[in-house]
Design a protein around this ligand. Sequence first.
Ligand code: IVH
Length: 680
Amino acid sequence: MAGPEATRRAAELRAVLTDHNYRYHVLAAPIVADAEYDALVRELIALEEKYPELVRPDSPTQQVGSRTSDVFAPIRHVERLMSLDNADSLEALESWQARLARVLGREPDGYMCEMKIDGLAVSLTYQSGVLVQGATRGDGTVGEDITANVRAIDQIPRALGPGAPVVLEVRGEIYMPLSAFAELNRRQAELGEKPYVNPRNTAAGSVRQKDPTKTGERQLSIWIYQLGHVEGAPVFARHSEAMQWLGELGLPINPDSKRVDGIDAVEAYVQDALDRRHDRDYEIDGVVVKADVLAEQAAAGFTAKSPRWAIAYKLPPEEKTTILRDILVNVGRTGAVTPYAALDPVFVGGVTVTSATLHNEGELQRKDLRIGDTVVVRRAGDVIPEVVAPILDRRPPGAEVWHMPARCPFCDYPIVLAEGEAKARCTGGFACPSQLREYLFHFASRGAMDIEGLGYKTVDALLANGLIEDPAGIFTLEPDGLLELEGWGEVSVNNLLAAIEGAKDRPLARLLTALGIRMVGGTVAQTLARHFGSLEAILAATPEQLEEIDGIGPEISRSVAEWIGEEDNRRLVDRLAAAGVRLADAEPEERAATLAGLSVVITGTLQDFSRDTAKAAVVDRGGKVTGAVSGKTSALIAGEGGGSKLATAESRGVPVLNEDDFKLLLAAGPEAVGISTPSD
Ligand code: IVH
């Protein structure tokens, strides 16, 4: 039996992997390296194998990919698009081969070795030789209709040559050639725009454009690697023969694919792929090996997720060497000082890397990195680049150990490292131009005060021209000063001022988020706003009062208390108030008294309230919600299906209110429903 720890870990892994899948497949913006992702999958598989009762139908191990996004119409694939199992070492490749040989009763009669293209999997359908449908893989069962977009890609034939069958569905990988990617970024640079991060994400983004002409402009390519659903096609004995036939029909087939005999030849192909990783005009993230004989494929069959007759050998993350020119620091909005490496440009893992974070001084010293070192730089998939280690043999004489500067390079205030903390901090506050820049950007961002037009570019212009000295300064900007900024005219100035004016009236929760108190994100900000109703009340709160609030733990309350205690913050609040920013929500104050002193318990399902909104409605009016019925309970609010609590309430003589009574209680107070507070 799985213990509580295994059960909890499995649930956690399911949630984490579902999120990673969503980021990878839907947002095309993964946040972990493939190797890390695979390790999590392996951990979950191991748990599920050990404790089969932990397997859930919605487990990522039971699915291919993840849910689709809803911008494009869904398309159900006629045959499921499977995923591949991974091998991350030659040993794993060999054990795949041994397993396959065991299932077949002999070694497969030849393998097809193919490059694993790092792009976007698609399915293309031709009817009597005419391209009628393009679809993304999606979750393997349902993808998205991208027909108009694939028709705009020159490399994808809209019509096939003679001999095309009635129905031909093929699978392949759309990718952006490295030459096209470099050209695209050259143009971006010319336009003064930000470069695209890597070819894979750019290809995925290009295919999912709403306007297909944009897709067409991106010079995308495709390699077809698999036959899907066919009707009226010749019968082939081998995958390699089917691929050759597709090539003859006019579909792009990768000339780097190779049919080989025996596992040694497979390993030689893998080695060659590794050695010549950079010689191709497309990125690969591995090698796919398939049993070539189709009858053997049929005999080997599938697991829930992938074919037994194929495997993806994953290439290890790419590493390159370059020179560590300098170690500089960033200063963030809370003053955190983060060292980073300034590197000689190096193309690694599909992007040109010129800098990499070094996290903190401790990490830097662990790795013993020194300015002038030749260093190994690694970049795995889509993940941020990392300086792995110095090459000590090539260390220039006299290279010195790096230390955190004593003073901030932006403001010259002291940098301090508090006891027990990994991060050093600049003590400049708003006097530090870097802190102020980051703070202003955060303050105006969408999740905070949401001031449209106040991004980095504008913030930089305001700071460079001395128009602003702290966040309150946003609200006292004058048209005259703004009109002097380069490239600004009356329209842009008026738009910005209107956006700023609108931001004076934001709900308290947004203002709290904008203030950047550590550990106070959107949800905590809402809890605080609901509880206190005004910034003034928050400033007057004691740490004990903060900690009593549902949803505020000791760490958050300590952080808020610290913030409250700082003179600079109080001054900022005063300045915001003076600039006309609203510091209180109107409603809670009006409502506050009606349920004061009342303590209720909520049970069962209410029609018009979730548990949270019901609770908030009581709390907003000064009442308290507890989890269990006791002698102090003023009333039990019982929705559908309230069980044992109902019985307890009845046995203790606690009044029970249904949903209608509850609404009346909220609208008209306790007397209206005939209850009183225990102290009455
Ligand atoms: S064959 C049943 N061949 O890798 C076999 N896949 O996890 C299905 N890929 O979704 C896939 N290059 O996006 C195959 N030469 C290749 C491939 C390839 C890239 C991708 C494809 C698939 C994923 C498998």
